[in-house]
Design a protein around this ligand. Sequence first.
Ligand SMILES: [Zn+2]
Length: 322
Amino acid sequence: MSPDPTHTGPVRHRKNGFVVIACDTCGFVHVAPVPTAQELEHLYHHAYYTTEKPTYIERYREDQAWWDLVNDDRLDDLEKAHGATMGRLLDVGSGPGLLLERARGRGWDVVGIEPSSQAVAHSRSLGLTIVEDFLDAHTAPALTASGRFQAIHCSFVLEHLPDPAGMLSLLSDLLVPDGALLLAVPNDENPIQYAAVATQGLQPWWIAPPHHLNYFTPTSLQGLVERVGFEVVDIQTSFPIDQFLLMGDSYVGNDALGRQVHKRRMAFELAMKAAGQNDARRELQRAQARAGIGREVVIVARKPSAPAINLTSISDNNTATQ
Ligand SMILES: [Zn+2]
């Protein structure tokens, strides 16, 4: 990979033979030079299918009550942003199908696209329609054969892609005007992570090229989403699980402890919901996003109702109709 003059900025990290920069052009932190699609095809496509854990689906099922809470929050947000009757909902990277199952129960006409055959098999056992593939310009037309979407959910996808702006443009094409988009990505380079590096003897564990190419914050993801032409309507971050690292639970590289702190987090969130305090918890998530802390960024955006028009296109229209 040769240096790429279109992506420049200060070097933040070097890992696994990759350089990670704070890119002045893109406004977010990413691997540079950006690997080509062909390089990733080789590196990532194959690894994807061989590194899946057998407990993958089991874990989801074990945590189902908590996933239902997460997915209900996200569907509430999408429905509020779209502001019209439900229609078609697409989940990009639909995993085991839990969000789609929940959305179907609320009256959405749902479809997913997902590359993991294990996850696809589980989704299909729930009676869901899933395209087994990665989403790109070649696979997109099959999804819109019966029309565009009122809502798209895209969770833990953008951090993996060499061209996240290109993906957002594609998602915009798949949405109807006023359609709603919910994006979730890891919130990396965050203040708690840096506090853990400064005080706990940890190296920046969240830097994981080539699996993760892009590292977003609430601000940098918002900038990207707006540059592509979406209107951002809500920004939240999820529970700052990394604060456990500052409280004595050093879970990095310790799966069992990681699972334990995750269970404590789930207990907190489910208790708030059970007590009728979910709105307060979600307000906290908005405040966290403003502070830049929280483990994941969740942005809800809307596709503008009409494409921007300029005077030339108006005069063209007038000519055409005369
Ligand atoms: Zn860049």
